[in-house]
Design a protein around this ligand. Structure first.
Ligand code: GSH
Length: 208
């Protein structure tokens, strides 16, 4: 299976993390976003939105990171622990996948883009939005260890990457004890795979 990837993308990281947790091997194909490879016809034929990640499994092509999590967990976890079939659980998971695609993408992920990739957004409102989201997540986790069930699901995987790296965008994650404990729980899972922190060298290369 091939994953069209970008090391510092949290969206791509959630796909890599899911595969690693499921012990599924991926061939990583780096996409050179800095030079616009994601907007070239060859890549757009795989993913018309011109974004990473994209997964290729034989004849099947899946884009959108949350769709990739659904695919991997449905196809490669025969126990359906990561994506249970029970309707209420599946719906609650979908709720958090939507938060990952909306509130997380437009809050902590975007705040990080400003710091890491010099994206032209104003940090302050993004940090305020992220803090609002973290308040909700922290309250939600005050009575549970995982977002939906008593064990981790794809909802936890979808939410993890950008929350774990929100501090790179100036979001004060350590101020949220339940979120911090949950991040630690994800990091203790068998098969956990970290997303590299953006160090100054990498940062310099990216904005060069
Ligand atoms: N909803 C998409 C979002 C993916 C996304 O925003 N990827 C970013 C990198 S983190 C990207 O490829 N940006 C380039 C662009 O949108 O032109 C997903 O979950 O896969």
């Amino acid at each position: 299976m091939k994953l069209y990837d970008l090391t510092l993308s949290g969206h791509a990281h959630r796909a890599r993390l899911m595969a690693s947790l499921l012990n599924v091997e991926l061939q990583l194909i780096p996409v050179d976003l800095l030079n616009g490879a994601h907007k070239q016809p060859e890549y757009l034929a795989k993913n018309p939105f011109g974004q990473v990640p994209t997964l290729e499994d034989g004849e099947t092509t899946i884009y959108d990171s949350n769709a990739i999590l659904v695919y991997l967990a449905t196809k490669y976890d025969s126990t359906r622990t990561w994506y249970p079939e029970d309707p209420a659980t599946a719906a609650l998971i979908q709720n958090w996948l939507s938060r990952a695609a909306n509130e997380v993408a437009h809050g902590p992920a975007k705040a990080r883009l400003v710091e890491v990739f010099n994206a032209p957004f104003e940090s302050e409102p993004l940090i305020a939005k992220s803090t609002e989201l973290l308040n909700i997540m922290d309250a939600h986790l005050s009575e549970r260890e995982w977002f939906v069930t008593q064990h981790p699901t794809i909802a936890d995987v979808a939410l993890y990457s950008y929350i774990a790296h929100a501090i790179e965008g100036g979001v004060n994650v350590p101020a949220f004890p339940n979120v911090t404990a949950w991040l630690n729980r994800v990091e203790s899972l068998d098969g956990f795979l970290a997303m590299p922190k953006t160090d100054t060298l990498l940062k310099a290369q990216l904005v060069a």
